[in-house]
Ligand binder design. Structure first.
Ligand SMILES: [Zn+2]
Ligand SMILES: [Zn+2]
Length: 302
């Protein structure tokens, strides 16, 4: 399978429109190259290259797709190779881009019952899209493998990963297992497995078992430290209160995944994160621990 990173930043992107933190300042400065700009988190994935699925549709999708013209349908006046969109949750930075796909054919949307509920009530994007391209919902559930017809070699298994439902969700204070999903994606041709989990609040034994049995991890890289937002946001929330496991510290992701030897790539990186600066001590530690950072346009072949 081939994975193309459309966007590698967490919500807000890098630079974020109203942010003057050192990372955002640097990313805005075209004269420097130490910190590169990043759009909001989404990947495209294919088996043979003929048909693709998107994981998440970020608010930056127009810019992302224009930067990756390979997704256009060849030899046609209009059309796309994108056959479906799979959602990990109903967060704004993972779903607003659905609106920008309205010019296409009926949108084939794969998401959990909980996510579909949010998108048809509290954040009613699918209701609005019925006036444009229309939406066909394919229900997916933790532990039940599914496939997308146009990508016959890939098998997708959703994993219930407890993170936070968005602030507007009916499940924000009453979490359910389908609020956030991670995915194990198996390629029957190459016999390789990708584990994609862009929002992890904790690594439970079920998720860890999937991680042990994969060939590449593409993981939540939002926060370096639990207190990262303390300097910048009011009211200030800790990483876990925002549904993310920080990677430094004795209980952090790096410590918990120390035994896993497969390649580990971090995606959904927040603009406050010190590892974005490759000259930083934190970035050096991350590399020593066997982690890489995703960047927009990165490709992974499995
Ligand atoms: Zn996000
Ligand atoms: Zn910033």
């Amino acid at each position: 399978m081939r994975i193309h990173v459309l966007g590698s930043s967490a919500g807000g992107g890098l630079p974020q429109w109203n942010c003057n933190c050192p990372n955002c300042q640097s990313a805005r400065d075209l004269k420097q190259t130490a910190i590169s700009a990043r759009t909001q988190s989404s990947i495209a994935l294919t088996d043979t290259g003929d048909a693709w699925v998107l994981f998440n549709a970020s608010p930056d999708i127009r810019q992302q797709l224009n930067a990756f013209p390979e997704l256009l349908k060849p030899n046609a006046l209009r059309g796309t190779k994108i056959k479906a969109v799979i959602l990990v949750d109903s967060q704004i930075d993972h779903t607003l881009g659905l609106m920008l796909l309205r010019e296409g054919e009926t949108l084939q949307l794969y998401c959990s019952a909980q996510v579909y509920e949010d998108l048809s009530t509290r954040l009613p994007l699918v209701n609005i899209l019925q006036y444009y391209c229309g939406v066909q919902h394919h229900l997916i559930s933790p532990g039940l493998a599914f496939s997308v017809p146009e990508l016959p070699f890939l098998e997708f298994t959703p994993i219930g990963s407890l993170s936070k439902a968005p602030p507007y969700s009916a499940h924000r204070e009453n979490p359910e297992l389908g609020d956030n999903l991670a995915f194990s994606i198996y390629d029957q041709k190459t016999k390789k497995t990708l584990l994609y989990a862009p929002a992890i609040e904790k690594i439970d034994p079920d998720l860890y078992a999937y991680m042990e049995n994969c060939d590449h991890l593409l993981l939540d890289g939002t926060f370096w430290s639990v207190d990262e937002m303390s300097a910048i946001s009011t009211p200030y929330k800790k990483a876990y209160e925002m549904g993310h496991l920080a990677y430094s510290g004795p209980e952090g992701m790096m410590a918990q995944l120390r035994e896993l030897s497969c390649p580990k790539t971090l995606i959904h990186i927040n603009n406050t994160n010190p590892v974005l600066d490759q000259r930083s001590e934190q970035y050096q530690i991350l590399k020593e621990q066997g982690f890489d950072l995703a960047y927009d346009t990165l490709e992974i072949l499995l």
